[in-house]
Write a protein that binds this ligand. Structure first.
Ligand code: NAD
Length: 720
């Protein structure tokens, strides 16, 4: 091949012996190829240059391994949001105009090896053919919905014309990506070919499809309205709208907007459909939800690049874990073990109780082999996991481990004893971590000879769903230990946030007032089901009472002891929890807690509110108070916000972004609200103070903290 055009920074232009042109993209200064203004400018210039030459075909590919185009440049998107509707429409039109020129000029094929997402897929859709490689890193999707947006460069126009209206809505409204095999079945790509043959195959297929008229016929289909029967359209609209409402709770405007845009765009020609797309994009981009989701993405991206310690050289030399061990095979130990297997690690699991191991092992293997697509464990994968999971009832089995994660019962005396024993058996280089929910790491380290290699590695329940891991730095924890555990958490696919040592760390500290307030509402006679419904209506995945039952009331009791000892000035431990525990009501694990459950165990469902629990709560009744849904929201979430402001004052984490990342990925705090502090900003400090006033008689827990008063005085947002 010979290079034919002038110098470009983001793409190389070469011609094959038979006149075909190959455009190879490599966008500098980014980890993935992303569509920057420079890419748009240079591709446009190349199309001008090629127009004169009129090549028989053009193949677009990436010169960056594993990344076709990962999407638009999000920094640019954040800038454009601030410019107003007209500027947003203009930016969409510019990108779409370029892709339209590509679609209408010489025959084109995209060779897709690696991520082909968002604007990257829209670029590929503007080509006549798409050839994808079968590698697992090849993923195609339109994730804009996850940022509260819709594809704005022709995706909602071309996709339904290519693969049909129903599948197009599903792909764009879910934001999920598909691999090459599924993309072929959907008709999204024309062939799946190994990477080393893909460019040559693309060239041949393009020549053949141009010669037999298939390219011209497809272009005609892409320009016209989509033929869809009105009854089929109505059915699709009503069923999909119901599914979307179920998935989003009505909190996310983008999925229903995608449904309506695709349906409206399908019934008109492509040019008119493009105008509908631009207008909807501009409307969505201006919503607070899009702003919040974009911020959540940005702070997540900062986290992905962060080693957890300031010193990059020290982070690079931190030990890499290859022989992890978990001690304690309860709810949490099992989830942590399954996560390890799923991420490809072998695992040793230790529990003093053989019955606990017998119960845990099949659950762990099933969870690790769970296949979301089929909704069951894959037997072949499960066999592989079973071979890599070993278990033992004595700590002698941890010899040789390079990371030991302790996850035994939440009792400081038990933990201290187990940790001291772990230190004796594990080699001197091994990192030791505790999954304690509340006990300060410094206190648990008291019996250790070398506390520098000890830290918290706090997972959240259920481990398979909650992404956060708090990496707790005790007073003696070394940078080496923190960096090793942060890197290991990332290898497990988790979001690690480094937290300074304090009772309850970041998340349980903030969760404490929420759970406590729910207990007080119950004592005032507000039904559990109503409290949970209001919390879910706010956007939480579970209400606080359901959460109590899931976490386990015994665990909550021990956690409550630690937290009330530390923060008893505002939160007293509720007498209801020990009373329920005493009655054998431990929550889901025992089949009954605040609610009655379908069975004992982690897969139990809530069946009903329970008379016996109501009798126990009644023993500790408070006089009833006004309890509108708004008041319940204020009582549950404003004390969390106050606690988050105290956490920032005490510098437990770096900043508001860490707090918001923490509550989103550990508690499922709604991302559409941007996190707890972003929610506080949506109210404003002055409004928060106004809403706290009628709750003042509840005591110090509802009293504005100094930091809140300072924000009200200065008008500065909490998230600044
Ligand atoms: P669990 O009661 O389900 O399991 C604890 C396990 O530890 C039991 O199987 C028990 O046999 C075992 N064990 C007790 N002493 C042992 C010893 N000396 N050696 C080996 N094994 C021993 O408890 P869990 O809910 O899994 O909690 C475990 C830890 O995780 C606690 O520190 C808890 O605070 C923390 N945690 C719990 C949650 C939650 O939601 N349950 C969330 C995050 C963290």
């Amino acid at each position: 091949m010979t290079a034919i055009a002038g110098e470009h920074r983001t793409l190389a232009v070469e011609r094959t012996a038979d006149g075909f042109v190959v455009l190879s993209f490599l966008v500098p200064d980014h980890r993935h190829n992303v569509i920057t203004p420079r890419v748009v400018e240079e591709l446009s210039a190349v199309l001008d240059e090629l127009a004169a030459a009129g090549p028989p075909g053009v193949v677009l590919r990436s010169a960056r391994p594993g990344s076709f185009f990962a999407g638009a440049d999000l920094g640019r998107l954040a800038e454009i949001r601030g410019l107003g509707e007209a500027a947003i429409i203009e930016a969409c039109d510019r990108g779409r105009g370029l892709f339209a020129r590509l679609a209408e000029s010489f025959p084109t094929a995209a060779v897709i090896d690696g991520a082909c997402l968002g604007g990257g897929l829209e670029l590929a859709l503007a080509c006549d053919l798409r050839i994808a490689t079968p590698e697992p890193h090849t993923q195609l999707g339109l994730p804009e919905v996850k940022l509260g947006l819709l594809p704005g460069w022709g995706g909602t126009v071309r996709l339904p014309r290519l693969i049909g209206v129903g599948p197009a809505i599903e792909l764009a409204a879910s934001g999920e990506s598909v691999d090459a095999a599924l993309a072929v079945r959907l008709g999204l790509v024309d062939a799946c070919v190994p990477a080393e043959m893909a460019v040559e195959s693309a060239r041949r297929l393009l020549a053949a499809r141009t010669a037999d008229g298939a390219v011209a016929r497809r272009r005609a289909v892409m320009a016209a309205p989509v033929a869809i029967d009105p009854a089929e359209r109505d059915f699709l609209e009503s069923t999909t709208a119901a599914v979307i409402l179920g998935r989003t709770g009505g909190h996310y405007p983008a999925p229903p907007a995608i449904l309506q845009t695709i349906l409206a765009g399908a019934s008109v020609d492509a040019a008119a459909a493009a105008r509908i797309e631009s207008q909807t994009f501009a409307r969505l981009a201006a919503t607070p939800v899009a702003g919040n989701l974009l911020r959540v993405f940005t702070i997540g991206d900062r986290n992905r690049r962060d080693s957890g310690i300031g010193d990059a050289a020290a982070a690079a030399s931190a030990p890499v874990v290859s022989k992890p061990t978990v001690v304690g095979a309860g709810i949490m130990g099992s989830g942590i073990a399954a996560r390890h297997l799923r991420s490809g690690f072998p695992l040793m699991l230790v529990d003093i109780d053989p019955a606990a191991l017998v119960a845990a092992v099949p659950t762990i293997v099933d969870e690790a082999a769970w296949d979301r697509g089929s909704g069951r464990a894959d037997p072949a994968v499960a066999l592989g996991h079973a071979a890599r999971l070993r278990s033992a009832t004595t700590l002698a089995a941890i010899a040789g481990a390079d990371l030991v994660i302790e996850s035994v019962t939440e009792r400081p005396d038990v933990k201290q004893r187990v940790l001291a024993e772990i230190e004796q058996v594990a080699g001197p280089e091994a990192v030791i971590a505790t999954n304690t929910s509340t006990n300060p790491v410094g206190r648990l380290a008291a019996g250790l000879t070398d506390p520098s290699r000890f830290c918290g590695m706090h997972f959240f329940n259920p481990v398979r769903r909650m992404m956060l891991v708090e990496v707790v730095r005790g007073p003696a924890t070394s940078d080496r230990t923190v960096a090793a555990v942060v890197a290991h958490a990332k290898r497990l696919g988790k979001v690690p946030v480094v937290v300074n040592d304090s009772p309850g760390f970041l998340v349980n500290r903030i969760l404490m007032p929420y759970l406590h307030e729910a207990g007080e509402l119950l004592r005032e006679g507000v039904p559990a089901g109503r409290i949970d419904r209001v919390a879910r209506g706010f956007g939480m995945p579970l209400g606080p009472i359901e959460l109590y039952d899931m976490v386990g009331l015994d665990t909550a009791f021990y956690a409550g002891l630690v937290l009330s000892a530390a923060f008893g000035d505002r939160i007293e431990a509720s007498p209801v929890i020990p009373a329920l525990v005493k009655a054998g009501r431990l929550g889901r694990k025992s089949g009954a807690g605040f609610y009655r459950h379908s069975e004992a165990g982690q897969h139990a469902r809530v069946v009903a509110a329970d008379e016996k629990a109501a009798e126990i709560i009644a023993r500790y009744a408070h006089p009833p108070r006004e309890s509108s849904d708004r008041t319940i929201v204020d009582r549950l979430f404003l004390p969390m916000l106050l606690e988050a402001l105290r956490v920032l004052d005490e510098r437990l984490v770096r900043d508001a972004a860490d707090v918001d990342l923490g509550v989103i990925h550990a508690l499922g705090f709604p991302a559409f609200r941007g996190g707890l502090l972003a929610w506080g900003d949506s109210l404003g400090a002055a409004e928060v103070i106004r809403r706290l006033e009628p709750l003042a008689d509840l005591g110090p827990r509802m009293r504005p903290v100094d930091r809140l008063l300072a924000h009200a005085a200065s008008g500065r947002p909490f998230t600044e």
